[in-house]
Design a binder for this molecule. Structure first.
Ligand code: Z5A
Length: 217
């Protein structure tokens, strides 16, 4: 059986990393016949991507990065990730949990930076070679709550330092994407306790796994 690509999306501080870890724990400790299970992220899911991630998010260089440069760097990170990691893992039958994917580019570079959506969709198509997520959990949280969580954790990167209106435009992007792709994107209310969110994600994924033919025994 081919593997499945499960993506976590949302604004900063939505709890993607936390929920991915909880889901890995659930899947490893439950009786789902899933093997192998891998976690990855964008940007930074490959060695090249780790370098691109540093260049993209490290605020200390001070160099101005144009919106189109940023878009192309995220696309380069994705093209490498798809070709050298995601596709081979899917061919092996892996269940992949991925922190951010194509919807982040539409939300951040499209809605946030104001780059043309048609251009971004075309670039996503080139970078992914047509690969889409099988299921995306959109962790929906109020932008200010998310940023408060991130700031409480300490240290802000270049994107996190952008102004509130930017993050609100990004949030609008995720909202519209979820409305346009109801089968692929599932909205999760992320303004709840970690365990409440995690239980809902587990229930939704378990149902999908059954539909995809995975056995739970
Ligand atoms: N980006 C882009 O612009 N275009 C693209 O195409 C792609 C990405 C792919 C990636 O950075 C950046 O790249 C991102 C978009 C841009 N912008 N920024 N910044 P990242 O991966 O470092 O950033 P992130 O994805 O937003 O991660 P994050 O800030 O760490 O958020 P998170 O993973 O969603 O949240 P978390 O780490 O699980 O939790 C954050 C804090 O909240 C932490 O202290 C938790 O303990 C706490 N938390 C988590 N859940 C809860 C609940 N339920 N209640 C209370 N507190 C909680």
């Amino acid at each position: 059986m081919n593997g499945k690509l499960i993506v976590f999306e949302g604004v900063e501080g939505a709890g993607k990393t936390t929920q991915m870890q909880l889901l890995i724990h659930y899947l490893r400790s439950s009786s789902w016949k899933i093997c192998p299970l891998v976690a990855t992220r964008e940007p930074g899911g490959t060695a090249l991507g780790v370098g691109l991630r540093r260049l993209l998010l490290e605020p200390s260089t001070g160099e101005f990065v144009s919106n189109r440069t940023e878009l192309l760097m995220y696309a380069a990170d994705r093209a490498q990730h798809v070709e050298t990691f995601l596709k081979p893992e899917l061919a092996k039958g892996s269940i992949i949990l991925c922190d951010r994917f194509t919807d982040s580019t539409i939300a951040y570079q499209g809605y946030g930076r104001g780059l043309k959506l048609s251009l971004i969709k075309q670039l996503n198509e080139i970078a992914t070679d047509g690969l889409q997520s099988d299921l995306t959990f959109w962790l929906d949280i109020n932008v200010e709550t998310g940023l408060t969580r991130v700031r409480a954790r300490g240290g802000c990167d270049r994107m996190e330092q952008a102004n509130l209106e930017f993050h609100q435009r990004v949030q609008k992007g995720f909202t519209e994407l979820a409305q346009q792709n109801p089968d692929r994107i599932v909205r999760i209310n992320a303004d709840r306790s970690e365990s409440e969110i995690s239980e809902e994600i587990q229930a939704i994924l378990s149902h999908r796994l059954e539909n995809w033919g995975y056995l739970n025994n």
